[in-house]
Design a protein around this ligand. Sequence first.
Ligand SMILES: C[S@@+](CC[C@H](N)C(=O)[O-])C[C@H]1O[C@@H](n2cnc3c(N)ncnc32)[C@H](O)[C@@H]1O
Length: 366
Amino acid sequence: MGEQAKVESSSLELIDRLLKTIDSLIAVGDLKQAEELCNSILAKDINAASGEFLYLKGLITLKNEHYQDAVILLTEAVNNNPTNKKFKEELTVALMKAGQSCQDSGSFDEARNYYRCTLMINPNHEEAPEALVAMDMSGDYYLDVLEQIHIWLKPTAYLEIGVSRGESMTLAKPPTFCVGIDPTPLIKVPFHTQTELFKIESDRFFAEHDLPAILEGRKVDLSFIDGLHTFEQVFRDFINVESYCHPDTIIVLHDCLPSDPITSARNRISGWWTGDVWKVLPCLMKYRPDLAIIIIPAPPSGLAIITRLDPESTLLEKRYNELVEEFQGLTFKEFEKIRDESFNLVTNEWETIEKHIKEARTNHQK
Ligand SMILES: C[S@@+](CC[C@H](N)C(=O)[O-])C[C@H]1O[C@@H](n2cnc3c(N)ncnc32)[C@H](O)[C@@H]1O
């Protein structure tokens, strides 16, 4: 072995020994000494051993419950070595803890940022979306709101796009007649009323089937759009469904009030995913001001209740390509601005929702 190689190997051995020493100090709970050793090494070389010492200092800081400082240190460690899984995992722990402590002290915007950063580091993180939902959503779960609408409206016919296990379809009760559309339903719960299920994509259903003939004269009084979670698809589903509605029909859209840019991205990169369905609301609000749109922060991802429909309106269909072009590039930041400035966000309590629906319907009847 040459002199240079000998020096390198002995310095690697030294780094290894130091890392092991700090590890064992942490293991026995001597955080003070572990931190002093880390500090003395980092004082000589901040990037020491590709972030290993920054990582250990971050770990110590995390154990000392200084979560925001731990985030800074662990972020530096990750920047030093972006492929190190251990660094990233510990950074997400620090981010979640920092989020929780901000939330506890009432700093909700900061808490939101920490939870969102967690998702940027690990899009499959399970607790981060849950924490965001717990902070941003309130009131009854979306299925409970949908059930209330069924009980109150007693729709003659109910049309559902996206049936999955049947948990939303099971809410319909006699005498409602149901039509469900889903290419791959995985029905797990019983239906309680007369139901026809079409195992195809919604576009194909509207192209190939005669809905009025299936309904045998019944009117679509209620529809739930919860199929493929992309803007264009939900936009087309809305256009198709509206053409079979009457002014007092209620169309309910799922997933239009997202809490973060990762789980509401167009392309699915996260475990929990609501897609870019949300882009349809700014589009409808701008080009169809004749519609009444009420938005409910129902967990987990919001509901939009749309009424005052116009089955004769052809505007959206005629300008479909142009509107898709206009809204598909909308960013999450732009969405937040539109949401804060122009959404008709209604408290998620049935009495309030009912009042708003009634008002929307009587206004158009005047
Ligand atoms: C989120 S799940 C529906 C959940 C259900 N509505 C509920 O609340 O229990 C979405 C469903 O949409 C279906 N889907 C996907 N693409 C579709 C399409 N093009 N047309 C209709 N349904 C579609 C999927 O097969 C999936 O079962």
